[in-house]
Design a protein around this ligand. Structure first.
Ligand code: NAD
Length: 455
């Protein structure tokens, strides 16, 4: 049995039966037979079904947001925002499925046609994370279904109720019961899925688990994509016009969803000319955040996982011991719930844990730099490669810095954002493969080359 705990109250909300190897095998068998009919369903019909699923997120927002907040602890408004964001992504994916998944005629000559046909992989396995279950789930299962695959979806054990809601809505929308199936459980259930003969694995989660899955799956010679963590840097140059606004916007990039976003700002470098002013505004902004019961109007709720409290306290202690200055926060909030004070550290050095290891919590290190060259060097000093961001009024200056970042995404005057129109991808320890955009629609297909001669 899986005990679903509310991280704000520490109460058990529900107990849900876990899958075992027999039930997983039975689910797999159903998906294998269901996939044959699903790939024959015309793309236009699959699009209509997935659009209906998207509409359900909107019509049922009230109920779905309450469930999400109860099990992961994100403030209710942020749960609603997530559902709205997922709805927009589904809109983009369904609007663009026809051009990107239909046959492409690449060459035509008298008596000859060369075509690319995008065939589904078959039955794919999606092992997912809890921090944005609707968003990271949508990145995978929506294009996978559009492309004609059957999907075994394993939500994180911390977002199980949401995972079951997703399964219910998929079926209500018209996805056959043997084409989309959720599996409940944690690491053990994930392990069992790795032993089964899926035609592709799509994972969202930590580097540690992703690396393990990638290695295990490699023997099968099937596609395996991993969307993993980050230690995303942000650089504030000396030419920004409104330091206060930049401080507020970038603080939001670091603290939204309690910093539990793969693309949350995790390290900040500030040009020495604006450093003092920036830190002053930044700390004031963070001190103004309202924390508390996530069902109410707060900006910060509890963390989702209890273990993370110790991890964050360790990062703070290591930094302070080595000379960092604690501007605000630094420890857990006593009492019920997994609450951690929003924390700002300055006078950090780049080799501290807080500047190297993904924090995934409401904590940020800010460092002063002399010039762009020093900023680039420090930003690039990482094993991750998800996003990097530059704030400047000069586009050319920003782009020349972003060009030197080995990241899947670059931001100019923005941060912590994802758009369905462009690929979402990590490099280095942030993962492999792309979701979203045309690349993400085609990630769930095998391109078949057809050479057609009429005589
Ligand atoms: P996690 O690695 O702990 O777990 C992810 C999933 O893997 C869960 O469903 C879990 O049950 C399963 N799992 C755990 N061990 C397994 C094993 N040995 N075999 C098979 N499955 C196993 O990650 P998490 O805590 O759920 O998510 C947080 C991490 O995800 C952060 O590092 C975050 O940055 C990353 N993330 C990345 C993206 C992205 O798009 N790049 C998006 C969201 C989250």
């Amino acid at each position: 049995m899986l005990r679903i705990v509310n991280p704000a109250t520490e109460e058990v909300i529900r107990e849900v039966p876990c899958d075992d190897s027999d039930s997983l095998q039975e689910k797999y068998n159903r998906l294998r037979s269901g996939s044959t009919a699903w790939r024959q369903v015309p793309l236009a019909e699959r699009i209509l079904i997935l659009r209906r699923f998207g509409e359900m997120l909107e019509h049922q927002t009230h109920n779905l947001a309450a469930i999400l907040t109860a099990e992961v602890g994100k403030p209710l408004q942020q749960s609603r925002n997530e559902l709205g964001g997922a709805r927009q992504r589904i809109q983009w994916l369904t609007d663009h499925a026809t051009p990107y998944l239909s046959d492409e005629v690449m060459n035509e000559a008298p008596g000859l046609k060369e075509i690319i046909r995008y065939e589904p992989l078959g039955v794919v396995c999606n092992i997912s994370a809890w921090n944005y279950p609707y968003l990271v789930g949508t990145n995978v299962f929506v294009p996978a279904l559009l492309a004609g695959n059957a999907v075994l979806y394993k939500p994180s054990e911390f977002a199980t109720l949401t995972g079951l809601e997703i399964e219910r809505m998929m079926h209500d929308a018209g996805v056959p019961h043997d084409v989309f199936i959720a599996a409940t459980g944690g690491k053990d259930v994930g392990e069992t899925l790795l032993d089964m003969p899926f035609d592709g694995y799509f994972f969202t989660g930590s580097y540690r688990t992703g690396k393990y899955i990638y290695e295990r799956v490699s023997r099968k010679m099937v596609p395996c994509q991993c969307e993993l963590g980050g230690k995303d840097p942000l650089y504030v140059t000396d030419d920004i016009a409104d330091v206060k606004a930049v401080a507020a916007g970038t603080a939001d990039g670091a603290f939204y969803n309690n910093g539990q976003s793969c693309c949350a700002v995790e390290r900040i470098y500030v040009h020495e000319k604006v450093y003092d002013q920036y830190v002053d505004h930044f700390v004031k902004e963070v001190k103004g955040y309202v924390a508390g019961d996530p069902m109410g109007s707060v900006y910060l709720g509890p963390l989702t996982r209890k273990d993370q409290l110790v991890f964050l306290e360790d990062q703070v202690q290591e930094a302070v011991k080595r000379g960092a200055r604690l501007e605000t926060g630094g420890k857990r909030v006593e009492g019920k719930g997994y609450f951690f004070q929003p924390t700002v550290l300055t006078q950090v050095s780049n080799d501290m844990q807080v500047m190297q290891e993904e924090s995934f919590g409401p904590i940020i290190g800010i460092m002063k730099v002399k010039n762009d060259e020093e900023a680039v060097k420090l930003m690039a000093d990482t094993k991750y490669g998800l996003t990097a961001s530059v704030y400047s009024k000069d586009e050319e200056r920003a782009l020349s810095i972003l060009k030197r970042m080995n990241t899947g995404t670059g931001y100019w005057n923005c941060c912590d954002r994802v758009s369905a129109a462009v690929p979402w991808s990590g490099r280095l320890q942030s993962g492999i493969g792309s979701t979203l955009s045309h690349a993400g629609l085609r990630a769930f297909t095998h391109p078949k080359a057809l050479h057609l001669k009429s005589s």
